[in-house]
Design a protein around this ligand. Sequence first.
Ligand SMILES: CC(C)(COP(=O)(O)OP(=O)(O)OC[C@H]1O[C@@H](n2cnc3c(N)ncnc32)[C@H](O)[C@@H]1OP(=O)(O)O)[C@@H](O)C(=O)NCCC(=O)NCCS
Length: 179
Amino acid sequence: MPDHPPPIQFVPLTVADLPRLARWLAAGDARRWYARRDMSYADVQAEYGPKISGVEPARGSLIELGGAPIGYIQSYLIRDYPTYAAALRIEPGAAGLDLFIGEAAYLHRGFGSRALAQYIREFLFTEETVSCCVVGPDPENAAAIRAYGKIGFEYVKTVQVPGEDCPEYVLRVTREGLK
Ligand SMILES: CC(C)(COP(=O)(O)OP(=O)(O)OC[C@H]1O[C@@H](n2cnc3c(N)ncnc32)[C@H](O)[C@@H]1OP(=O)(O)O)[C@@H](O)C(=O)NCCC(=O)NCCS
């Protein structure tokens, strides 16, 4: 990592970004661990359109590195998703996060963990009502579990969310624990 790594910024997702999102979700690690299925462009519109319009409570942003988009991150309050909340049985102030690095050249180079910690500091732990943040990778997703562990996430439990094809390895971080 250079002395002054390029800055990371978060830019709210727009409809104009959906082709890029669809391209990212169709291949590589993002396809394998995040999309976990083949997604048509219509599927991508159906999944992300409501987050852009505000119909769905989750907020989505592109992760930009030095001004260039390299990935995607979204956050939400777990309690806004009752099925997920019932499966997780976690404190009411918990915020959930999902992310992926879409540009393969930027995978496993420290950007995902750095982006996640920065996003949590800028957008989640600035909210008094958010008491902790939660991620739920596939238990076999060793790179994600390692990335989250580096910034202070700790394992809580493994849960099976109804309707999902694999269990979630739930990790949690508090204000005090975030590195
Ligand atoms: C998960 C993700 C966002 C993490 O971002 P990242 O920039 O790759 O993460 P980092 O580089 O900060 O950390 C990854 C760590 O895993 C390690 N790693 C990479 N491949 C690995 C593997 N197969 N097994 C174990 N560790 C692995 C890396 O060496 C690195 O650890 P290190 O810094 O100690 O060397 C990114 O890998 C990604 O987008 N993956 C595909 C989609 C995905 O899994 N999303 C998360 C769903 S919850």
